[in-house]
Design a protein around this ligand. Structure first.
Ligand code: ZN
Length: 291
């Protein structure tokens, strides 16, 4: 039977770049890059018949410890810019603003966006260099989760940190000390707890999250995980984890501009050893904010 893409896809993990964040992105890449802004994404969605995309603010890039000076104004301006894009294209775009949880101003930024156009907040642990083995970092992150929960802001987290030993221990700390502080909002773990591809560290963290995946508020996205460079036996292990989590809790997402939705969906079909009905379910799963 020939596998077919569903009539309508939703991308649950894409990034939009303003002119300012695009400059930062180019500086980090060390080369000029084409624009990755609203017009470009809407073109792709139109061409590929993708009904919606969840766009994540890269405001955290302005507050990264990699910069000589964290720029809180830049972070806020990026969130403001994204809010305008989502307002203008609210039929196609759903937005998440972003923060650096280690900045003391992050609670204020959460409050600024309570009851706003945004569905929730994006946290990027590696970019903000949050270390789950550092007690004060965990405390700050936990208070961010608690405040988001109070404000009814859903959370999308890139959980993988820069710690070279990232894995089981980090996932355990996250579950016990952080996730427990946001019991009612939905928490989407990006890239299946990794940061692109599927290595041992990612598997170790994901395997630790599996027994907790029956928590009703925990969901996962598949963005940037399945690549040609990931070996076949790793992809089989990944499928085992996906089944243990529950097919209904896995969302389709790309990490655009890394992939376009159609290209990534076709890669999943070709590379991931799932049954075709399982993949169809994943491609048709919707988070509450895209339903
Ligand atoms: Zn991403």
């Amino acid at each position: 039977m020939k596998r077919q893409l569903p009539d309508s896809l939703v991308d649950h993990h894409a990034h939009l770049f303003s002119q300012e964040s695009h400059k930062l992105f180019e500086r980090a890449a060390g080369r000029p890059l084409p624009p990755f802004s609203t017009g470009e994404l809407l073109n792709v969605l139109g061409q590929e018949k993708v009904s919606k995309a969840v766009v994540l603010s890269v405001g955290y890039m302005f507050a990264s410890p990699d910069l000589s000076r964290p720029d809180l104004k830049g972070l806020r301006a990026e969130n403001d810019w994204l809010a305008r894009q989502v307002e203008e294209h609210s039929r196609r775009l759903v937005g998440f603003f972003s923060i650096n949880p280690l900045m003391k101003e992050s609670l204020g930024e959460l409050r600024r966006w309570a009851d706003s156009i945004f569905a929730g907040v994006k946290i990027h642990m590696a970019n903000s260099n949050v270390d789950l083995r550092n007690k004060s970092h965990v405390e700050q992150l936990a208070s961010v989760f608690e405040e988001a929960n109070t404000l009814n802001l859903d959370i999308l987290i890139h959980l993988r940190t820069r710690n070279p030993n990232f894995g089981k221990e980090d996932a355990e700390i996250f579950i016990e000390d952080v996730l427990s502080r946001a019991p009612t909002v939905t928490v989407q773990v990006a890239h299946l707890a990794g940061w692109s591809g599927y290595d041992d560290a990612t598997d170790s963290a994901l395997a630790t999250l599996v027994p907790r995946s029956d928590m009703t508020n925990l969901i996962f996205d598949l963005s940037a995980v399945v690549k040609r460079s990931v070996q076949a036996d790793r992809l089989e292990l990944l499928v085992e984890r996906i089944r243990a989590i529950g097919i209904g809790k896995i969302l389709f997402g790309t990490d655009w501009p890394e992939w376009t939705p159609k290209k990534y969906a076709l890669d999943l079909m070709e590379l991931l050893p799932l049954k075709s009905e399982e993949l169809s379910t994943i491609l048709s799963n919707r988070a509450s904010w895209t339903a």
